[in-house]
Design a protein around this ligand. Sequence first.
Ligand code: NAD
Length: 327
Amino acid sequence: MSKVAILGAGRWGTALGLVLSRKGNEVMLFDKNPSVVEALKEGRDPYWGIGFEKKPLATTHLEEALDFSQYILIALPVQVIRKVLEGKSIKGKIFISASKGLEVGTNKRVSEVLKELFPDCKVLALSGPSFAEETAKGLPCAVVLAGEDVALLREVRQLFSSEPFRVYLSEDIVGVELGGALKNVIAIACGISDGLGFGDNARAGLITRGLVEMVRLGTALGGKVQTFYGLSGLGDLVLTSTSSKSRNRTFGFLLGQGLSLEQAQEKIGQVVEGKETVKAVKELSEKLNLYAPISWAVYRVVVEGEEPLKVARELLLRPPQNDFEGL
Ligand SMILES: NC(=O)c1ccc[n+]([C@@H]2O[C@H](COP(=O)([O-])OP(=O)(O)OC[C@H]3O[C@@H](n4cnc5c(N)ncnc54)[C@H](O)[C@@H]3O)[C@@H](O)[C@H]2O)c1
């Protein structure tokens, strides 16, 4: 039995709080939202009404959460992580990042941001196909925990691992984090396609060619090819690109249906990581001179506000490439 601090008591932080709590760990959730914190203190989860068997600790004070444990699970939106933690004195702790995306401006993965802020700490990443609600309900899922220190991976796996929450291990933290970040951009493309009524064939094509793009960029940035065919790559890509529960896909779907960027974001009301990460993907692919037509198309719609149908048509009019590079 261990103590774990969770930064971010949104849907994912709360779902992971339930997983950890069911395993007998003591958790403290930190969030800026007082009503979420009050609900959690009473043992109620504020999203699905599932409830904690043992009341968790919850706080709006960051320092309290940071002092609580040597394990700090990050479930905050990627773009706020630096702002929340910058200037804090944190030494010798173990961060587990469960957030998926790239930091806009620096184009860094979350573990890179954390390492830069706290060079003295160890950082792992947890990713894979896992919607918060299903995880919170205790339905089966398989995720991957990545890091460089195998002994530490085994230690941290014990905190989470249970019959419904299967935790696989990986030494490729670069590939695992990039898979979780890049798939959100492709999911927006699939949503746009679905919203435009392009059908199942188009979606399958986008998923497959999107995976090619993920591998191209991800391996150039240091991830291993096989990681992109694993849980944090293909696994999460399929989940996010095909389910109506996915925020990134739904965001794209609403744009495809004709809603404005503001209307779509307002309707979703939660963090849509892919619409930020696509900015980093655009910069990185251009800097590395890598071909990423699907991500660039998403950028034009989501950042530059171009009309989805026009951009999709242009994507379809490109000369098709070889199915495999090097043919
Ligand atoms: N929801 C899922 O199914 C799921 C699954 C896997 C990974 N993730 C990842 O987890 C991360 C969080 O997603 P989520 O679904 O929990 O989002 P969410 O919108 O449900 O929750 C985000 C939480 O962060 C809090 N927050 C925002 N800014 C803050 C700040 N400055 N200080 C303190 N708290 C702050 C908000 O109050 C909110 O409670 C994302 O990177 C997402 O990609 C989500």
